[in-house]
Design a protein around this ligand. Structure first.
Ligand code: NDP
Length: 255
């Protein structure tokens, strides 16, 4: 009998973009709840440093080099996770990027393609590669959306389009994979201090306080604050939850 419905002992998780920011916060949370975790990113120095932090804390993990826009690299990432950790039950599609512009019409096609390939197309490529493993034993997919899955700005049109697509794609998987006992849900993070938002604050420093004032909780989040919802969505506790998009935003969306 499972004593703790959030217990992930015996489960294997793969977190794309798990070498930093929100992905690392989620990977550490899943490992702390008992999962063996594979973190994946392009930058090998970041992979090594993140792996060291996990193993130094006594958490079972491996790090894999992978660009999620490269289908061959994705196939290898999934196969290596299964080979080294003995399966794959929990997939966290977290890798993401952004390109900003002054006005929507000025975003270059290259920037559009990069953002959509990284944030949206990769979900299909990674999820399809993971499917044969997820379906065999109560799989969980957690896709990372954004406030921009719902709201929009003029300076990040590809980001908003891709993150809106993340939610719709997740619903499609949720419906299509329910008969395989795979639950697919999204987390929509509010404003979190990471490398990605450091870039944003360099462009618009005044936005830091604007966001604090606009957020009912009155602050930005730390990356580890996304872990609780991820553990819930990765565990048996959420077995009847699928196709949902859960904001973890300090109330940003409700006012
Ligand atoms: P970071 O820039 O800190 O992390 C992004 C991660 O994605 C890194 O681990 C990076 O690793 C990885 N990554 C980027 N491109 C690729 C790629 N092509 N292939 C593999 N890995 C890739 O950002 P955050 O932690 O802030 O963002 C994580 C997710 O959360 C993103 O999807 C983002 O859109 C979303 N989000 C963030 C919010 C925030 O306020 N910070 C708010 C809402 C959503 P590497 O460079 O080694 O490849």
């Amino acid at each position: 009998m499972v004593k703790n419905i959030f217990d992930l002992t015996g489960r294997v998780a793969l977190v794309t973009g798990g070498n930093g920011g929100i992905g690392f916060g989620i990977a550490r949370g899943l490992a702390g709840a008992g999962a063996a975790v594979a973190i994946a990113g392009r930058n090998e120095n970041k992979n090594r440093a993140a792996l060291q932090r996990l193993t130094a804390a006594g958490l079972p993990a491996i790090a894999l080099k992978c660009d999620v826009t490269d289908p061959a690299a994705v196939a290898k990432m999934v196969d290596t996770t299964v080979d080294k950790l003995g399966g794959l039950n929990i997939l966290v599609n977290n890798a993401g990027t952004n390109r900003r512009t002054d006005e929507p019409q000025n975003l270059t096609l290259d920037d559009w393609q990069l953002v959509v390939d990284t944030n949206l197309t990769s979900l299909h490529v990674v999820s399809a590669a993971a499917f044969p493993h997820l379906k065999s034993n109560g799989g969980k997919v957690i896709n990372i959306g954004s406030m921009m899955s719902v709201l929009a700005t003029g300076y990040a049109p590809a980001y908003a389009a891709s993150k809106g697509g993340v939610v719709q794609y997740s619903k499609s998987l949720a419906v299509g994979w329910a008969r395989h006992d795979i639950q697919v849900n999204c987390i929509l993070p509010g404003w979190v201090r990471t490398d990605m938002t450091e870039g944003f604050l360099k462009m618009f420093p005044e936005r830091y306080q604007v966001i604090v004032d606009r957020t009912p909780a009155g602050r930005w989040a730390e990356p580890q604050e996304l872990a609780g919802t991820a553990i819930y969505l990765a565990s048996r506790a959420s077995d009847f939850v699928t196709g949902a998009a859960i904001p973890v935003d300090g109330g940003y969306l409700v006012q």
